[in-house]
Design a protein around this ligand. Structure first.
Ligand code: PEP
Ligand code: MG
Length: 328
């Protein structure tokens, strides 16, 4: 069994009809990169940087310094040995509160979170961007911005990155000037205004956890509505299809880094829809790879079109089950 797993680790995730899928790992702390390497991930598709900022005790807000952040990002980047590491900028608020004062907000998921918070706190954002850029001198770093919805947020984020680069240049500190910048597509408004994104950014990454929450108007942390959290609701599938189509047309990469990417029931559908990068918890990756190794994307096109054309949830479920049991 161990031998089989170590062989699987080195096997690229290529479908029976020869299409390679990049399987990447989601990490929360730099140490998690070790597990990502152990399962043979092609890289880190989502480094949830907020975990460096959370759980810091004391009544005063204790944020990690530029130096501390730089060391953490560098550690992950070096552990991945040249493989891409996509570092998401601070995504605090809502289900990931930075301090207890946030608990009094009525609708935290709709409040000051992620990029909204960072643009309101430019010093915190700049410090993080400098740290990420410094780490980019040690490997293959991508910057990912969460919760973007407005054109001005894209522009301001890019301007802040440019400013951080300028500061580093002035200070004579090394960084990779070609670092790619991407947007999380996790607010329905973003998925419905993709031309705004593909022109300005180098890649997209779909956060299905939030995309589902905001599209179906169900709090992802509220158990009372957990039964309504349906990742194959026709609206979700349409938004995913629009996103992969727009990215392909623009010639930029698109990944999925939310929970759907690690759901084996959906693997065949997602690759048949055109997704070539899936980022998930490292523990699930070997299983997803095995599924891809016995998938034929060409032979799934008819079923995929059917799923995307019907708005009948029961039929979608039946087609998905049939797709999964299909042998090639
Ligand atoms: C998502 O929303 O799907 C996502 C990947 O980000 P997070 O779960 O950290 O909000
Ligand atoms: Mg999210």
């Amino acid at each position: 069994e161990r031998k089989k797993l170590s062989k699987l680790k080195k096997t690229p995730a290529i479908t029976l009809d020869g299409i390679e899928i990049q399987l990447l790992a989601n990490i929360e702390l730099p140490e998690d990169a070790v597990a990502a390497m152990e399962v043979g991930a092609s890289g880190v598709g989502l480094f949830r940087s907020e975990f460096l900022f959370m759980g810091r005790t004391g009544s005063e807000l204790q944020l990690p310094t530029e130096e501390e952040q730089f060391e953490a990002y560098k550690k992950a980047v070096q552990a991945m040995k040249g493989r891409p590491v996509t570092i998401r900028t601070l995504d605090v608020g809502a289900d990931k509160p930075l301090d207890s004062s946030e608990h009094n907000i009525l609708n935290p998921a709709l409040g000051l979170r992620a990029i909204r918070y960072c643009l309101k706190e430019p010093q915190i954002f700049l410090t993080q961007l400098r740290a990420i850029l410094r780490a980019s001198a040690f490997g293959n770093v991508h910057i990912l911005i969460p919760m973007l919805a407005h054109a001005f947020e894209i522009e301001q984020s890019l301007a802040m990155i440019a400013q951080a680069k300028q500061e580093l240049l002035t200070d004579g500190i090394a960084f990779d000037d070609g670092v790619k910048v991407g947007a999380m597509i996790e607010v329905p408004a973003a998925a419905l205004s993709l031309p705004m994104f593909v022109k300005k950014l180098d890649f997209l990454s779909i956060g299905t956890n939030d995309l589902i929450q905001y599209t179906l108007a169900i709090d992802r942390a509220d158990h009372e509505v957990a039964h309504l959290y349906n990742d194959t609701h026709p609206a979700i599938l349409q938004l995913l299809d629009m996103t992969v189509t727009a990215a392909d047309r623009a010639g930029i990469p698109v990944a999925i880094c939310g929970g759907m990417a690690g759901d084996i029931k959906l693997t065949r559908l997602l690759v048949a829809m055109g997704f070539r990068e899936l980022s998930m918890p490292a523990a699930i990756l070997p299983e997803i790879k095995q599924e891809i190794l016995k998938t034929n994307i060409g032979l799934l096109q008819v079923a995929t079109k059917k799923i995307l054309r019907t708005y009948d949830p029961k039929l979608i479920q039946e087609l998905l089950v049939a797709m999964r049991s299909q042998e090639f």
